[in-house]
Design a protein around this ligand. Structure first.
Ligand code: C5P
Length: 232
């Protein structure tokens, strides 16, 4: 069974990321490449990691006019990534254009939505003219993403129960903000353990620093995978 663990490769440069990844096997995790690593290491690191057999979640949160997002999704799909994401607040036309752009690929990447960033408060949404509390806005954007043909969304594990209920089974939920028991929370305020997230309805969990900053990352990965299997 392939792992439900996605490791956030938040490293400042390719060498450090590769040094870390060289200890890992694609059977035990998938890898998320975000802005930090992509801006410094570029598409080359995506190619290197897919060639090693890793499923790559390209977390670049595209948000632009439909034509531009469609083109960038095609460019990303050519890198053979497993998953990528767009901002749901780009609207249904933008999301549908992204879905259409991927249709021509034999094995299209999974396309998921980012809804309300977890750093946003209800007050900040008000400032933007959004007259809904964050939870309702997340639910609204999730429905729009599904109607537009997306495969799922990134959400906080705290939202997973509600979204699973609203969206049914056929919608991927990918949850960051995960901390195994006994691990420092860092800057993540509202966290869940790996098994709590899966029980709440998550399909995949994203874990970064508890693994990448550990002195024994392989042990942490093994423990998380055992916990995920137990919770499934
Ligand atoms: O190190 P940590 O486990 O906190 O990393 C979580 C990863 O998930 C980071 O790459 C972070 O950018 C990402 N993320 C998040 N919260 C969100 C969306 C993405 O922590 N709401």
């Amino acid at each position: 069974m392939s792992s439900k663990l996605i490791i956030a490769l938040d490293f400042p440069e390719a060498n450090k990321a590769m040094q870390f990844v060289n200890q890992l096997s694609p059977a035990e995790c998938k890898l998320k490449i975000g802005f930090e690593l992509f801006i410094s290491a570029g598409p080359e690191i995506v190619k290197q990691l897919t060639e090693k057999g890793f499923d790559i979640f390209l977390d670049l949160k595209f948000h632009d006019i439909p034509n531009t997002v469609a083109s960038v999704c095609k460019a990303a799909a050519k890198l053979d990534v497993w998953m990528m994401n767009v901002h749901a607040s780009g609207g249904s036309k933008m999301m549908s254009a992204a879905v259409e752009a991927l249709n021509g690929f034999e094995q299209p990447p999974k396309l998921i939505a980012v809804s309300v960033l977890t750093s946003m408060t209800d007050d900040q949404l008000q400032q933007l003219g959004v007259n809904a509390i964050a939870e309702n806005q997340v639910a609204r954007l999730a429905k729009l993403a599904k109607q537009s043909g997306l495969d799922g969304m990134v959400c906080s594990a705290k939202e997973a129960t509600l979204l699973r209920e609203l969206m049914g089974e056929n919608f991927l939920l990918v949850t960051p903000g995960i901390r195994p028991l006994g691990v420092e929370k860092g800057d993540q305020a509202r966290v869940m353990t790996p098994s709590e997230a899966i029980k709440a309805g998550a399909d995949y969990i994203v874990v970064g620093r508890p693994i990448t900053r550990s002195s024994q990352p392989l042990q942490v990965i093994a423990e998380i995978n055992a916990e995920l299997i137990g919770a499934s």
